[in-house]
Design a protein. Structure first.
Length: 153
């Protein structure tokens, strides 16, 4: 019987730590409770495009939604990571819980002064990573000088 109470107290301590962690993240994030996690993001540039890499392990591609702002200064990724029903049904005790489920949203500012080809943007989801490719508008290089004809008498 003694082990039962020790296990119960240990479980209660873990639950309290988990609740404390959840509350701390909620207060620090300033987000509503259904948006407690934000995916990690890398943004990098290549010669011909801007790339946004988003870590979305456990999310299904049909649950991901992307938007580029009207002025092209921000990319928003939103969606939901769902718990598998078979896993949920068999749970009796949590020993540790760090993987967040539920809705997420992340808006990332894009580098300023980039001209993007909105019609050629692509997104590919593989191995838990979403890679968004935002091609740059290719403008021909300006000549060093421009000759201007003069008209007159």
């Amino acid at each position: 019987m003694h082990n039962f109470y020790e296990e119960l107290i240990r479980q209660m301590e873990q639950d309290a730590r988990r609740a404390d962690e959840w509350l701390r993240r909620f207060v620090q994030s300033g987000l509503p409770p259904d948006k407690l996690w934000e995916p990690l993001v890398d943004i990098y540039e290549t010669v011909d495009s801007l790339k946004v890499k988003v870590e979305l392990a456990g999310v299904k591609s049909e649950d991901i939604h992307l938007e580029l702002s009207g002025d092209g200064t921000a990319l928003t990724v939103r969606g939901v990571r769902r718990d598998e029903e078979l896993e949920v049904a068999g749970r009796t005790v949590f020993h540790q819980m760090e993987v967040y489920m539920g809705a997420f949203e992340r808006t990332v500012p894009l580098p300023p002064r980039l001209s993007l080809d909105r019609e050629a943007i692509t997104a590919a989801f593989r191995d838990g990573f979403l890679i968004v490719t935002l091609p740059k508008v290719q403008t021909p290089p300006r000549p060093a000088t421009t000759s201007i004809p003069v008209t007159g008498d």
